[in-house]
Design a protein around this ligand. Structure first.
Ligand code: URA
Ligand code: ZN
Length: 343
């Protein structure tokens, strides 16, 4: 039997796995799933959205829906991650170590079951970096798990927390990809007045930009030069603001002395998805970081179709990629980064 050649790899696509859904259904605090008067489930995960949330259907937790979506949008391979807020909110009573391990094993079995179509990012228990380190070791033994998804707050104190080095070291050693994703927005601003629009369009990208800037300025990329970091949503606002960061850092003598190069140079060592919805902005990213560091992502199942079955958000992401860059952004770069064989 001849195998199809992969033409699109989706590096940013989520699920709430069935056991995670069950946990959310049982919870009374955010994150949680509530039921409307019509018995419809709604997902409540962001602060300030108590009891409103958003509709959540099978596309969030049924792997067969994921495959259907992929088929409808010509996506050959998906690298699946648990959606926000991952396991950040679990307490010791929830036994996060056991739960993370169970979710990762379930994800891996789900990937194996859909031969050649699915890979995944594992999740870590967030109660202690040493438990996280152990789980990274487990994840590295599951052949279809290619990385780790982590929120911008890391283990609660940001990506520049010195404790995080234990995590970075283990991920680098095992040649996994660290996928950084927002959830918390920016502090001090109430962005919830206009539905989810400001949280998702501004809160998320600024959060990512701040987190990655701190990671760069604290020297993580000098200490772990082989660590492969994938940044959500085309780097947030950081590509646009990188000139200011370079310029402002130059006035901080301690930082200049401690770093090997300028922030804009580190930007070229990171990887990005293409989830920016605007051709000019994608071009800006490409000009700054090079074409080899950008790969296709859909953010499915968020931003679902409003009218018919066409995921406009997803087709838009596909349309903004210029023809001459499609091969690299759609699959070549992801094949290289994640070591996915295309036979
Ligand atoms: N909304 C979310 O909560 N998460 C995403 O990844 C995208 C949109
Ligand atoms: Zn996402």
């Amino acid at each position: 039997m001849t195998k199809n050649v992969i033409k699109i790899i989706d590096v940013h696509t989520h699920m709430y796995y069935p056991k995670y859904m069950n946990l959310l259904r049982k919870r009374t605090n955010i994150p949680k799933i509530i039921k409307t008067h019509d018995n419809e489930e709604r997902l409540v995960i962001l602060p300030n959205e108590n009891n409103i949330g958003r509709p959540i259907g099978r596309e969030y937790w049924d792997v067969n829906e994921k495959i259907k979506f992929m088929d409808n949008h010509n996506i050959d391979v998906s690298i699946i991650s648990l959606a926000n807020p991952w396991l950040d909110f679990l307490t010791d009573n929830d036994n996060p170590v056991k739960f993370a391990n169970m979710l990762n094993n379930d994800l891996h079995n789900m990937c194996l079951d859909k031969e050649n179509r699915l890979f995944g990012y594992g999740v870590l228990p967030m109660n202690d970096v040493n438990f996280g380190k152990n789980e990274i070791k487990n994840i590295s033994m599951l052949k279809n798990l290619k990385g780790i998804i982590l929120g911008t707050s890391g283990y609660g104190k940001g990506l520049d927390d010195p404790n995080m080095d234990i995590i970075y070291e283990e991920i680098e050693k095992n040649n996994l990809v660290l996928f950084i994703h927002p959830h918390y927005g920016i502090k001090g601003e109430n962005l919830s007045k206009y539905g989810h629009s400001l949280e998702l369009s501004l809160g998320f990208p600024f959060e990512t930009s701040i987190a990655i800037s701190k990671l760069i300025l604290s020297g993580v990329m000098d200490r772990f030069p082989k660590l492969k970091i994938l940044v959500s949503h085309s780097g947030g606002t950081l590509p646009y603001l990188i000139g200011r960061l370079d310029s402002c850092v130059k006035y901080e003598k301690n930082i200049v002395k401690s770093l090997k190069k300028l922030p804009s140079d580190y930007l070229k060592d990171l990887y990005y998805d293409s989830i920016i919805y605007n051709a000019d902005c994608l071009k800006l990213l490409k000009n700054l970081v090079g074409i080899d560091n950008i790969m296709y992502g859909s953010d499915h199942p968020f931003f679902p179709p409003l009218i018919d079955k066409n995921w406009e958000s997803v087709t838009k992401i596909q349309e903004i990629i210029p023809n001459e860059f499609k091969t690299k952004i759609f699959y070549k770069n992801a094949e290289n980064l994640f070591n996915i064989k295309n036979e």
